[in-house]
Design a protein around this ligand. Structure first.
Ligand SMILES: NC(=O)C1=CN([C@@H]2O[C@H](COP(=O)(O)OP(=O)(O)OC[C@H]3O[C@@H](n4cnc5c(N)ncnc54)[C@H](OP(=O)(O)O)[C@@H]3O)[C@@H](O)[C@H]2O)C=CC1
Ligand SMILES: CC[C@](O)(C(C)=O)C(=O)O
Ligand SMILES: [Mg+2]
Ligand SMILES: [Mg+2]
Length: 337
């Protein structure tokens, strides 16, 4: 069955323009949603804790900032864009006491609802507007008059208007310019976690680092290994992005294409597929989310250790030196946000 897709003509911007919207969080997604909502004529307030490092940035950008509790009390629509691990506590302390009947609780990712870390009352709308891209790209596309495709899902429709409200919100951040696909909290959460763990983030970084290690351990220069295993990946992914795998294969040499067919399946093979299936079942059973939350509750000992180890990998030092020489490469978004 093909997915239901909505475009600009399917969404009524005036619905969200008639609501007061609180965006809780001003990070990657939060800043993008807030600025685009404002530019679409929506009344927006940002909810951030008193000590948040983002408060000055919000004010510099001409938006009003309140505490999460104050913003939730003021708003008709509360969009939760704080980190997934923070959302339970944020909900219990600041949102729930202000979540009166008829309000709408929105998310940019379904994890806390899917795994029942948050259980909203039955008399509010619960929906998701999840752009399928990093927040900085979501904002850049909106400013350029385009949009990043998004997903919408409705978990609770207390008012009867939850889908129309979610589509209106998606239109205000540019999503319906590109296309908004209807899904469920379950499907979005499980596929998003699988994609980022097995392919996009976990899978891709493990592939790049392992390739770099094999070349450097065999005595090849780290700079050359970096170009072959990381830098050129973008060029290859851009071709796949434009026209699929076939387009990429059309563009590379026949030598590369022959190596692709004969060697690729030896790297990603049936045991990799079995491991991917195991990763999916740990997501579906809630095991991954339990690990994430338990580590967070304990002060993130495992998370911090992984971060330190990853930062010390030799590919990072090689990459820093090489990128300093690449005047054509944009500075990382972490330095310009
Ligand atoms: N990153 C992305 O592009 C994508 C993210 N998502 C989802 O969007 C949501 C937000 O993720 P992301 O934008 O990456 O988050 P970030 O880590 O970039 O930003 C989180 C923001 O929340 C703020 N914050 C922290 N604690 C609280 C609190 N108690 N109350 C209110 N705000 C708080 C942070 O404050 P401070 O600035 O002080 O640190 C920061 O501004 C998540 O559900 C994520 O899964 C979905 C699709 C893509
Ligand atoms: C791929 C990572 C992501 O799922 C995203 C940008 O969509 C995330 O959670 O950040
Ligand atoms: Mg994602
Ligand atoms: Mg994700």
């Amino acid at each position: 069955m093909s997915a239901e897709v909505f475009y600009d003509d399917d969404a009524d911007l005036s619905i969200i323009q008639g609501k007061k919207v609180a965006v809780l969080g001003y990070g990657s997604q939060g800043h993008a949603h807030s600025l685009s909502l404002r530019d679409s004529g929506v009344e927006v307030v940002i909810g951030l804790p008193e000590g948040s490092k983002s408060r000055p940035k919000v004010e510099e950008q001409g938006l009003k900032v309140l505490t999460p509790a104050e913003a939730s009390a003021w708003a008709d629509v509360i969009m939760v864009l704080a980190p997934d691990t923070v959302q339970r506590k944020l909900y219990a302390e600041s949102i729930a006491p202000n979540l009166t009947a008829g309000k709408a609780l929105f998310f940019g990712h379904g994890l806390n609802i899917r795994f029942e870390l948050i259980k909203p009352p039955a008399d509010v709308d619960v929906a998701m507007v999840a752009p399928k891209g990093p927040g900085h790209l979501v904002r850049r596309q909106y400013v350029d008059g385009k949009g990043v495709p998004a997903l919408v899902a409705v978990e609770q429709d207390a008012t009867g208007g939850a889908l129309a409200l979610a589509l209106s919100y998606a239109k205000a951040i540019g999503g319906t310019r590109a296309g908004v696909i209807r899904t469920t909290f379950k499907e979005e959460t499980e596929t998003d976690l699988f994609g980022e763990q097995a392919v996009l983030c976990g899978g891709a970084t493990a592939l790049v680092q392992t390739g770099f290690e094999v070349l450097t351990e065999a005595g090849y220069a780290p700079e050359i290994a970096y170009f072959e295993c990381l830098h050129e990946l973008k060029l290859i992914v851009d071709l796949m992005y434009e026209g699929g795998i076939a387009r990429m294969r059309y563009s590379i040499s026949d030598t590369a294409e022959f190596g692709d067919y004969t060697r690729g399946p030896r790297v990603i093979n049936s045991s990799t597929k079995e491991e991917m299936k195991k990763i999916l079942s740990e997501i579906q059973s809630g095991q991954f989310t339990r690990e994430l939350i338990e580590d967070d509750d304990a002060g993130r000992p495992a998370f911090n250790k992984y971060r330190e180890q990853a930062a010390a990998h030799p590919i990072e030092e090689t990459g820093r030196k090489l990128r300093d020489m690449m005047s054509w490469v944009d500075r990382p978004i972490t330095e310009t946000a």
